[in-house]
Write a protein that binds this ligand. Structure first.
Ligand code: 3H9
Length: 655
């Protein structure tokens, strides 16, 4: 098999080219190819080597699919040391993303040049790992301790210019990378630039207190995660010891993490997220429809957020409301959200204004005649939704995709209100829609393949993580929430308190415990939804008795100042003895004997409820695969990614 690494000579420069699609990952063949290319270069008459990559990106890291298989020499840390010790000038030329092991290769070069659009980063923390080929030792030597801590504990990449500002990139190349990089190497040779070996540099002066400060921040921000803390330890080691000691320490900590549950879960999740984008029975030659304009019906919190999502991706949106007042209210929510994005530094004023300009308002459905996609986001009234779809059927052009953002309604019934059910599907966004990454793409019985494929592709364009779901009450995520919520209520009656349930789940890693979620969403929402259900659909009455009583006592959650907790004016919760009494009285009324409940029981029963329902969802074909359910729960419901999602967690616990 041809090597994915090529060596050619241009004048006095040896050019090593990596060509291992799709992302030039450092498979064994690439590592061996690099070693061979350096050996060839050592023997010829060239004066320098330049490392470049073919395709869309520089090396994007170690080959994650090789993790868990027996390691095979040359190992990346040795290869990096070997390349750094090379006795001719060594320059890396970066385009796309130089990530993880790929950036560690670049850090072993004497100099790095990059096109302005390139990004560099060490995202290993997102896989529950740390950079294990010298990254924690070389980065602080070039960029200083503060920048290294920020880069490696966040895993967020830096743009080329920002990377140059901190010393991780030496030269920005305008125009063609290879041509510019060859000229740059030529200049370095002409100037007799020294062979600056990163591992031999001193770590710049820094405040030794920074390590404990960052540890404390990470204990909150990355609660329960082991990799971020290990990264701080490694950078501290770099600052206080020789390179050889530091790199040996890094190696030990890397292997520890690689062996641990968290990195296994995060690696599973990396592939789960990518698998979710694939549709098993989709013909390969399916034609994607063009979506260059969108209509959104309903200017509430959800509709406004959906409009922003499309506008933020550069797609013009017509937001439709029933009258001028409602439209004005809707657009003012959008304005407020954009002001918030500017305040939080997510968008510059100019960017926010450009996005906002893409959203126009209308009160007449005729304005939707030419749009490529409509997303209906009005409240959950099935008759209203059907009426809207029949109007859309009358005004929208042929081939327009008609989507409902319903959380629970039957997409097939909504589709049947049109004469073109093949163009209809569900696009279930999560609130706040312009921030939450999950998108359930609900495939109706008659949804056409090209409609589904178009929306899956579009989801990536609007920076969402799409998961295909079939039609059932609540689709994947909300359907699983029902037994989860029911178990949480039963635990209260059997002896737990709201704060114990929440803290057990938050210690497990959930972004928010279930009681705080109920209070945030509003207890009246579930109350109203239950009114429309039969007793059978409602499930065990003990599973909703307490929230019903809370609503009837006017405790609707955060918005009314009390629910399972009492809230102060800053919406900070405090446990409420009145609620404890209500729970105890209800348990007595239902003949439930209260007992001590352990945190483990809380976690096991709540996660168990998710998993049991998840299995039914797979059996019924509502989800394509178990890992899709993991993606839904991590991106939509705050399940900790470092546990891989509920289905993965259950599969590991069963071992
Ligand atoms: C590491 O380097 C450890 C070292 O420090 C220490 C060693 C001792 N390996 O995301 P996409 C596949 S840890 C294998 O859809 P995009 C991916 O599965 C690594 N495969 O494209 C997908 O396959 P498929 C540190 C990989 O354009 C296809 O490539 N590096 C890898 O949206 C396209 O991927 C990272 O964590 C990989 N490293 O985004 C970077 N990367 O088509 C991880 C991708 O069959 N990668 N694939 O589904 C990324 O962040 C994004 O893929 C990237 C491109 C930004 C590069």
């Amino acid at each position: 098999m041809a090597s994915p690494v090529n060596y050619t000579v241009t004048g006095n420069i040896g050019v090593i080219t990596v060509d291992n699609p799709p992302v030039n990952a450092l498979s064994w063949a690439v590592r061996q190819g690099l070693l061979d290319a350096f050996e060839t270069a050592a023997k010829d008459a060239t004066e320098a080597v330049l490392l470049v990559c073919d395709g869309r990106t520089f090396i994007a890291g170690a080959d994650i699919s090789e993790f868990g298989t027996p390691p095979r020499a040359p190992h990346l840390p040795d290869l990096c040391d070997h390349m750094e010790a090379f006795d001719k000038l060594f320059v890396a030329a970066i385009h796309g993303t130089a990530l993880g092991g790929g950036f560690e290769v670049a850090l072993s070069a004497n100099y790095r040049c990059a096109v302005a659009t390139a990004k560099v980063g060490l995202p290993e923390v997102k896989l529950g790992l740390l950079p294990g080929a010298g990254g924690t030792q070389r980065t602080p030597r070039l960029a200083g301790v503060d920048a290294a801590l920020q880069l490696i504990t966040s895993g967020a990449p830096l743009g080329a210019t920002a990377a140059k500002d901190v010393g991780l990139v030496d030269e920005i190349i305008d125009g063609d990378l290879l041509e510019g990089a060859l000229a740059y190497v030529g200049r370095l040779l002409a100037d007799s630039a020294p062979q600056r070996r990163t591992s031999t540099l001193e770590v710049p002066q820094h405040d030794a207190a920074i390590f404990d400060q960052v540890r404390a921040q990470l204990a909150k921000k990355a609660r329960g995660q082991v990799a971020p803390q290990a990264i701080v330890d490694c950078i501290e080691k770099a600052a206080g010891s020789t390179y050889d000691e530091g790199v040996a320490y890094e190696r030990r900590r890397f292997l520890e993490l690689m062996d641990g549950d968290q990195s296994k879960a995060l690696q599973h999740f990396f592939f789960a997220e990518r698998a979710a984008a694939k549709i098993d029975d989709m013909p390969e030659d399916v034609q994607i429809r063009s979506v260059e304009s969108v209509g959104v019906i309903g200017g509430g919190t959800m509709g406004g957020g959906i409009a922003m999502t499309f506008a933020n991706a550069g797609i013009p949106v017509t937001l439709v409301e029933i009258n001028d007042d409602a439209l004005e209210r809707g657009l003012s929510i959008v304005d407020r959200n954009y002001a918030g994005s500017v305040k939080r530094g997510k968008l510059s004023e100019t960017q926010a204004a450009a996005c906002r300009d893409l959203i126009s308002g209308a009160t007449d459905y005729a304005k939707l005649a030419d749009v490529d996609l409509v997303v209906e986001a009005v409240f959950e009234d099935p008759n209203l939704k059907k009426e809207i779809f029949s109007k859309l059927d009358a005004v929208c052009k042929d081939g327009a995709i008609l989507a409902t953002n319903t959380s629970y309604q039957d997409v097939n019934e909504i589709a049947a209100a049109t004469g073109r059910p093949e163009d209809v599907l569900g696009l279930h966004f999560f609130s706040p829609a312009h921030i939450m990454k999950l998108l359930e793409v609900v495939r109706g019985a008659e949804t056409a393949n090209d409609v589904l494929a178009t929306c899956m592709k579009l989801a990536r364009r609007i920076r969402k993580v799409p998961v295909v779901a079939g039609v059932c009450y609540g689709f994947i995520g909300n359907r699983m929430l029902q037994p989860y919520g029911e178990q949480a209520q039963l635990l209260l009656l059997e002896g737990a308190t709201p704060e114990q349930v929440d803290s057990a789940m938050e210690d497990f890693g959930m972004a928010m415990g279930p009681m705080r979620v109920f209070d945030l969403a509003g207890l009246d929402v579930g109350y109203k939804a239950r009114e429309a259900l039969s007793d059978k659909e409602k499930g065990d009455p003990a599973g909703y008795r307490v929230p019903d009583l809370l609503v009837e006592a006017g405790r609707l959650g955060q918005k009314s100042g009390s629910g399972f907790y009492s809230y102060d004016e800053n919406r900070r919760p405090t446990p409420d003895p009145e609620v404890h009494r209500l729970i105890e009285d209800t348990a007595a009324e239902l003949g439930i004997e209260r007992r001590d409940i352990s945190d483990d029981e809380i976690v096991n029963r709540l996660v168990g409820a998710l998993v049991d329902e998840g299995r039914k969802i797979i059996d019924e074909g509502i989800a394509q695969r178990a890992s899709d359910i993991d993606v839904v729960y991590v991106y939509g419901y705050g399940f900790p990614a470092f546990r891989g999602g509920p289905m993965f967690y259950a599969s590991q616990s069963a071992k």
